[in-house]
Structures are given as C-alpha cells and as structure tokens.
Design a protein around this ligand. Structure first.
Ligand SMILES: Nc1ncnc2c1ncn2[C@@H]1O[C@H](COP(=O)(O)OP(=O)(O)OP(=O)(O)O)[C@@H](O)[C@H]1O
Ligand SMILES: [Mg+2]
Length: 457
C-alpha cells in the first residue's frame, strides 16, 4: 500500500510540484486551506504532512500543533519562506521531522527529505503494531528485523523452530543470539515446556558440570541434597547452551555422550536417566575455526551443527538501524518517564553511518545513555556523539549537522559541497562510478564537481 501524504499549501504551484514529484511512490492529497486540511486529517490516517507556514487564516505551525495533539507521533515537514527561519527552527525543536524552504530548487534533495520522513513514520508504526502483536503473542521476545538479511533469518527461524533439530546460532557479539534462541523456543511446539539457558563461558568447569548433570546427595562436599540438573529440568523443552566454544574439553566429551544416547547420569550416580530436550547452541567465534585450531571436538561440532543460522552484523541491516533506534527510544522514554525524540535527519544519518562493532547491544546502550542524559526534546547528531564512541567522527569540514541553523540557500550549498566531496571519495575519484552511485548523469555531475573545484579541466 502506498504511503499517504497530505500537502497543505495555498500556492497551487507548490501543491502540484510535490504531487507530481511523489505521485508514483505515494498517495498525495492536496489542501489549499487550513479548513480543508482539518477535514482531510480527520478522515485519513496520513503517513506524512507537508505544511506551509503561511496560510491565509492560520499559521501552519499552529495547525500542526493541533494535529499533533490528536496524533502525537505524526511525522510532518514545515514549508517556509526564507524569512521564516525562526519558525522553521522552532518546528524542528518541537520534534517535527524537518523543514523545507520555498522555492524548491533541488528536487532530488526534496525527494530525499520526504523519503527519510516516510521511513521514520514506518518505524513508528512498526513499533506500535509490534506492541499490539506482542500483547497477543506474549512470550515471544520483541524482535525488530525487517531488513532483507533479517527477514531471511526470521524465515529460517520459523522453519526450524517447529522441528526438533539442534540449532547452532553464529554471529558477532551483540547481534541477538540470545533473543533468537528465545524466539525459537517461543515458536516451537515445546513453548509451553521449560526453556533453560546457561552461559558455558561464565562458569568454572565443575560448577557447569553440576548445573547441567545435577547431583545426588553426598556426591561431593557441600552436596547436602540431591539436585536435578538442566538436562533433567529441560525435559520436553529447549536447552540453550550459550558460548559453547568456551566449554572445556572434558565437558565437550560428556555433552557428546548425552547427545548420542539422549541419557545421562547425575554426578554421584550410575543410574542413567532418559531426557528429551531440543538443543540450541550459540557462539560468537565461528566453530569451524575452533575445530581447525584444535580447541573444539570435531565430532561434537558435527552433532550440533545440524542447522546453522548466521546472525548478520547490525551494519548490514540497513533500515533496521533506524527501526531499532526508534524502538529503544520508545523503551527508554517509558522506562525513564521522558519524552525524548524524534531523531533529526542528521542523527538518522549518523546512526546509519556508524559501523556498530558492538552491534544491537551497542546501539541499545547508546540510545539508553542519550535518553538518560537528555531532559527531553529532539535528538540530534550532536547529542549522540558524546554517548557513543563508535559514531563516525564529525568532520570539521562537514557542516551538514549544522544545517538547521543556516539559511536555506547556505545550507543547500553546504549540503551539496559535502555530498559531492564524499561521493567522489567513495568512488575513488572515478567519475563514472560517482555518476552510477548518485544517479546524476555524468556530464551534469562533472559540471557540479567543477563548480566545487573537486575536478579541474
Ligand atoms: N532484533 C532485535 N530487536 C530488538 N532487540 C534486539 C535485537 N537483537 C538484539 N536485541 C537486543 O540487543 C541486546 C543484545 O542481544 P543478545 O544478548 O541477544 O546478543 P548476543 O548475540 O547474544 O551477544 P553476545 O555474543 O555478546 O552474547 C539485547 O538487549 C537484546 O534484547
Ligand atoms: Mg549472548
């Protein structure tokens, strides 16, 4: 379904321009007055409102404030003239997505701003629908993953969850192996049965052994009472062995025997007990490498590598970065009783440009810190950088983060210069490659680059 955009402007030229620009990718509704805009807004659930500040009867910003009382998460863009910079800045401070200055000279930039605004609206809606779904489907962890690599992964999870096969989860630290393991349990036929998890790297060998196998009374000093272990407690359900690569050689061979016979003995007993659990393992060091290095038993590796699922690093998840950021913003606003957000376009750009070596966990901590430290209001790139060590350094030449404080013409110039410079860098100085990446015809691009002195005849 196409997103719905409302354009409110008394100037016919502006209305038609935006309609023509967006009509292929959105359902565009036009209103030339505040009154008509109110009627349309009451009847239709818009994904984005583009509002002129100077309407005959009412100020655009006031009308948007009215709309936001009805729908606090409305994503809107204020259209202003050059003289209204103050209103525009106020609008962004109040949490409107962005502002645009008339006349529009650069249609590509206009389209890009609208595209980003729609992306943010999509993220808000997905979080809301997720919350409703979770209320119904309780038990499953809340997982954000609409990017192609995550869609693929979740499809595989759905396939294997219902089977009883052993699953091996591989992926960098913080990519969500724990949450996927819980999801497999929630989606499995064993979901009403126990789910037990243990971190094999976190415990000394003997403690891990007694935790998994259980023990009889008097099996060792301190064993005052018999105690069932996880192999027993997980009967009928799912057992998650996290950081499996850290398991000691001795326990690796004990585990292999349990998996072969589906039976085990408590420590201090020779009485074998049957157990039926489905095993889920996780590791952030690829197990094949551990086998090669002689640190992990090859036979055990084949036993647990029945279905291997790979969790993609966050930097490869595209739009999910913004979705996750909005999700965590929402969570920590609720937790700390605050009203921070939304993110400014510069903040969104910074989040997307970050390499996130700590993956989802790192992003989560970054947003938690920002919400904890900020009294409220919009979150700009400058708020994010002190709380996240991994955000790309703000280049002193890069004025794009300061755009909202500049007059439109000046900001546009800054943006174009910065864009062209980065484009040329990314393309390694190759103009054909730069033309291909940017979608700007080569000749046209050449003229613009020349204007900035990035190429010479
Ligand atoms: N797709 C997701 N949607 C929402 N939250 C997520 C998602 N993936 C991970 N998280 C959150 O990120 C944090 C880290 O995830 P998790 O503990 O599952 O990572 P991990 O891969 O097990 O990391 P490690 O290798 O360090 O154990 C958790 O707080 C988790 O709730
Ligand atoms: Mg983990």
């Amino acid at each position: 379904m196409l997103p719905k955009i409302l354009v409110v402007d008394d100037d016919r030229y502006t209305r038609t321009l935006i309609e023509q620009l967006m009509r292929k990718s959105a359902e565009v509704h036009l209103a030339e007055s505040g009154e008509l805009a109110r009627e349309l807004f009451a009847a239709i659930d818009f994904n984005l409102v583009l509002m002129d500040q100077r309407l005959p009867q009412v100020k655009g910003l006031d009308l948007l404030r009215e709309f936001r009382l009805q729908r606090p998460k409305l994503v809107a863009i204020l259209i202003t003239g050059h003289a209204d910079v103050r209103d525009a800045v106020a609008a962004v401070r109040e949490g409107l997505f962005d502002y645009l200055t008339k006349p529009f000279e650069d249609l590509e930039a206009l389209e890009a701003v609208i595209g980003k605004a729609l992306e943010l609206d999509r993220a808000y809606r997905e979080i809301d629908s997720l919350r409703t779904r979770l209320a119904v489907e309780s038990g499953a962890p809340d997982i954000i993953g609409q990017s192609p690599p995550m869609e693929r992964l979740l499809g595989q999870v759905r396939e294997v969850a219902a089977l009883d096969t052993t699953v091996l989860l591989e992926g960098e630290s913080g990519t969500g192996k724990d949450v996927i393991a819980k999801l497999i349990h929630a989606w499995s036929l064993r979901s009403s049965k126990p789910y037990l998890e243990v971190n094999c790297g976190g415990l000394p060998e003997s403690l891990l052994e007694s935790l998994l196998f259980g023990y009889e009374k008097g099996a060792f000093t301190g064993a005052a009472q018999a105690n069932p272990g996880y192999f027993e407690k997980a009967h009928g359900g799912n057992l998650f062995l996290d950081e499996i690569a850290d398991m000691s050689p001795k326990l690796q061979s004990s585990l292999l025997r349990v998996l072969q016979d589906r039976s085990f003995c408590r420590i201090g007993s020779t009485n074998p007990r049957k157990t039926d659990f489905r095993l889920i393992c996780a590791t952030n060091r690829p197990l094949a490498g551990e086998v090669k290095a002689g640190r992990f038993r090859e036979d055990l590796y084949y036993r647990i590598n029945v279905v291997a699922l790979n969790l993609p690093p966050l930097r490869e998840r595209g739009d999910d970065i913004v979705r996750l950021a909005v999700h965590f913003l929402d969570r920590y606003n609720t937790k700390f009783g605050k009203d921070c957000g939304p993110f400014t376009p510069a903040a969104v750009r910074a989040l997307e440009a970050c390499r996130w070596p700590g993956n989802v966990r790192e992003l989560q901590h970054c947003i938690e810190r920002v919400v904890a430290l900020q009294p409220g209001g919009v979150i700009d790139a400058s708020h994010l950088s002190p709380t996240c060590d991994f955000l790309p350094e703000l280049d002193p030449q890069d004025k794009t983060t300061a755009l909202p404080t500049l007059a439109y013409q000046e900001a546009r110039t800054e943006f174009e210069r910065d864009y062209m410079r980065r484009l040329l860098e990314a393309a390694g100085g190759n103009m054909s490659e730069a033309a291909r990446c940017s979608g700007i015809p080569r000749q046209n691009l050449y003229v613009r680059m020349k204007r900035w002195g990035f190429v010479i005849d």
